[in-house]
Design a protein around this ligand. Structure first.
Ligand code: SF4
Length: 321
């Protein structure tokens, strides 16, 4: 299939703040194969949304390289970037605030088509908009309604239709179902998976919810304070997970069988500051296994079994491997 996106040479994004440099993304490397989904999971503020925006070049990286279909897009000029952006789109978390409330559904969906002039006249544009609405399951009668007249699920369908308007190859989905009711979440996830099959899309799916990402992802990367701490195929992560932070995240997933034992790991201790971070493992202040070496040296993300990468000095000792 080949690689759609490759992030290498320790991608970084730092922001200047009055208190110092905020290390939002700090040394990330991965690849996403064409037609596959990489789920990125972590708590709010771990840098996962910033990572998505840096990959799309909506934010400039501080260091590292981004390749799209084998081409280095890290430093390309704005006209080349505009061409590449046609193939790379984003679906946002909050469909309400990401949609212009003053224009109709049809105008929202057609906006990217106007910008890129991909339709030759208004007749072709109208046909394209109705096709997109059909594709995402939006009734055609809603064309002239405004976002505030619709529920969250329909608003997110508008966001998806808009993202599909230019026939992209790669979509960063930033918490696309987090603000929706659980029943609607399933509908939107199913729609996204159907669209992926049909249009051979590649996704990067960002979420704080591991149970959501399980269904849609081929691979999962777990992020903590700007670092990737564990990465492997999705099924493998739910069978065998080795990083103490991943274990805590997984233990928080509600179980269907209320009689089943639930060993929830409650994280204690302060979250370290991402501003001028101290040396060592960023998870150390909350890790029950932390030893002095954890506070001095940052662990590297190493392959501990085929396709399974973990960043923890004590991974062998903690997991008896
Ligand atoms: Fe915990 Fe140390 Fe592993 Fe970090 S390196 S996760 S502090 S055991």
């Amino acid at each position: 299939m080949g690689t759609m996106v490759e992030v290498r040479r320790d991608l970084k994004k730092y922001f200047k703040t009055p208190k110092g440099l905020l290390h939002a993304v700090d040394g990330i490397n991965f690849e996403i194969e064409k037609g596959k989904t990489l789920g990125i999971v972590g708590e709010s503020g771990c840098g996962k949304s910033t990572l998505g925006r840096v990959i799309l070049r909506l934010l400039e990286p501080t260091d590292g390289e981004i390749f799209f279909e084998g081409n280095d897009i890290t430093d390309i000029d704005s006209s080349t970037l505009k061409k590449v952006r046609k193939d790379m789109q984003m679906i946002f978390q909050d469909p309400f605030s990401s949609l212009n409330p003053r224009i109709t559904v049809s105008e929202i969906i057609s906006e990217p088509i106007h910008i890129y002039r991909t339709c030759k006249d208004s007749k072709e544009l109208g046909k394209k908009v109705t096709e997109l609405m059909d594709t995402v399951g939006l009734a055609r009668r809603l064309q002239n309604t405004y976002p505030h007249e619709l529920d969250g699920g329909r608003r997110q369908r508008i966001g998806i239709a808009r993202a599909l308007a230019l026939n992209p190859k790669f979509i960063v989905c930033d918490e696309p179902v987090s603000s929706l009711d659980v029943s609607i979440q399933a509908q939107i996830l199913n729609l996204m998976m159907d669209l992926q099959d049909e249009k051979k899309l590649t996704y990067m799916f960002i979420t704080h919810n591991l149970s959501v990402v399980k269904h849609i992802s081929d691979d999962i990367g777990v992020m903590y304070l700007g670092n990737m701490v564990e990465k492997c195929p999705s099924d493998m992560l739910f069978e065998r997970n080795y990083h103490p932070y991943t274990k805590a995240l997984l233990s928080a997933i509600p179980k269907v069988n209320i009689d089943a034992p639930r060993n929830r790991i409650l994280l204690k201790g302060e979250i370290s500051s991402p501003i001028n971070p101290k040396p060592g493992c960023r998870f150390a202040p909350r890790c029950i296994y932390a030893k002095p070496e954890c506070f001095n040296n940052q662990p590297e993300l190493l392959e501990i079994e085929q396709e399974h990468f973990v960043a923890c000095h004590l991974v062998g000792e903690i997991n008896n491997i």
